[in-house]
Design a protein around this ligand. Structure first.
Ligand code: PGA
Length: 264
């Protein structure tokens, strides 16, 4: 089963107009991706996710290139309305996004996002035609207590349950990408070993296969948490790791380009 690898850069709350322009130019030059995907040697799907306010700028800069644009969050309400401070999926589509990260552990931990809210955001993204990159992952104490599968399974099940209850049904999962990001590995320099990543990825895929073998076989599972040029190849070499969600290392063009090369 060949799944197209994906590398997504989560810029988090970093950047400025000038820094982002330089970063995008560096990535496009490094990947030879300043032209449409078909004209490059890129086999991996490459996405960058700048902060909301810079998305329109980034869309302009990426226009006609092989690199796609994602947001870091989306409102759970699918349409327009009185939701001060929120950004709706159709707005993200309108300015050129194709992807959106939902349920990042920083959103869960710092902004109180529950499994249910993350599931609603996933549905809102799908309803807008965005590809949600749904993040799951356990805390260090949960791993130490042997609860990794239980926690990741619970987070995943919330999304699956919401899909089943929606008009999309489980088939909606085929439009999603799942990112496994152990919280203890995010921004800490402490990466999951390839074996640890593979173990959880295989668990996630198996759980999806239980619901639908075809979707389980096709869905892309990204690993995130201190991925760097130096460890990417080993991680991406695992059978159920289909690429990465990259934080810190996505802010350096050279490093990000090298990570994409490792996914090719
Ligand atoms: P990191 O972040 O690569 O800086 O660890 C990954 C993420 O939070 O998506």
């Amino acid at each position: 089963m060949t799944r197209r690898p994906m590398v997504a850069g989560n810029w988090k709350m970093h950047g400025s107009r000038a820094a982002n322009a330089a970063l995008i130019d560096g990535v496009l030059a490094g990947l030879g991706a300043g032209v449409a995907a078909a004209a490059t040697g890129l086999t991996a799907e490459v996405v960058v996710c700048p902060p909301f306010v810079y998305l329109a700028d980034a869309a302009q800069r990426l226009a006609g290139s092989a690199v796609e644009l994602g947001a870091q969050d989306v409102c759970a309400e699918p349409g327009q309305g009185a939701f001060t401070g929120e950004v709706a999926g159709p707005m993200l589509r309108d300015i050129g996004c194709s992807h959106v990260i939902v349920g990042h552990s920083e959103r869960r931990a710092l902004y109180g996002e529950s499994d249910e809210l993350v599931a609603r955001k996933t549905l809102a993204a799908l309803a807008s035609g965005l590809t949600p990159i749904v993040c799951v992952g356990e805390l260090l104490e949960e791993r130490d207590a042997g609860r990794t599968h239980e926690v990741v399974g619970r987070q995943l099940d919330a999304v699956i349950a919401a899909l089943r209850a929606s008009a999309l049904g489980l088939a909606g999962l085929a439009q999603c990408v799942i990112a496994y990001e152990p919280v203890w590995a995010i921004g800490t320099g402490r990466t999951a070993s390839p074996a640890q990543a593979q173990d959880v990825h295989a668990y996630i895929r198996g759980r999806i296969v239980e619901g639908d073998a075809t979707i389980g076989g096709w869905i892309r599972l990204l690993y995130g948490g201190s991925v760097k040029a130096g460890n990417a190849r080993e991680l991406f070499g695992m059978p159920d790791v289909d690429g990465g969600l990259i934080g810190g290392a996505s802010l350096k063009a050279e490093e990000f380009v090298a990570i994409v090369a490792a996914a090719q």
